[in-house]
Design a protein. Sequence first.
Length: 275
Amino acid sequence: MIAAVDRWPSGDSGQSGGAAGFEVHLENFEGPFDLLLGLISKHKLDITEVALSQVTDEFIAYIGARADSFDLDQASYFLVVAATLLDLKAARLLPAGEVEDEEDLALLEARDLLFARLLQYRAYKEVAGIFAGRMAAQARRFARRVPMEPRFAGLLPEVLLGLGPPEFALIAGIALAPRPVPVVSTEHIHTPRTSVREQADILAQRLRDLHRATFRELISDCAGTYEVVARFLAVLELYREGNVALEQAEPLGDLYVTWAPGGPAAAATTAEEDD
């Protein structure tokens, strides 16, 4: 299968300078390198029986003998394939669990560790070849640098513009009009609209006049929920200071607020301060 996936790079083909192609000489195999890959892919030769270190040494010697004319693409191909074979051999040598079908395991290993990488490598080579061909074709094209011949220029239709000077002046006025100055909006920033102290002063003045009122009456003029919350906190603050008394006849019933400065709450606060 590997022979169908990729062959030894054809840039050199092992024939440059009259030298023979790279061949492997092992105890259990002797022949071209791509034939070795084909036997491994067809499971006719066990990868664990291949001395990859010896194959690498032979390739280094092969490259060294042809230092002036060797193909870099050929060397790159060997490195990719050798690394893949090394991963495949390591995976086969590692201990594994019980496998019912050894052929299925070998097929999965070959696809995941060898064939996929070689297909990827071949795809990159093909794309690089496409790019090189297109770049070579574009290198033979040049942009036109002379005006169009009169016989062709006369064939162009006359351009009819439906705009006159007033319309162009209007367009220029819109295009040249001053742009508004950018402004950073601060609407998303929260700014308090009232304070508890402010609402406490309002309640104190109102309770001095009414002497006693329900909380519902005290918030009848609130502008929003934020004022209702602030006014409720103001009632609690007035109660803590001992200026009002709170009454509620039943749970969830109306809360009555009575203006009573110096009342029991104030006395309790003074006693706590004395302690």
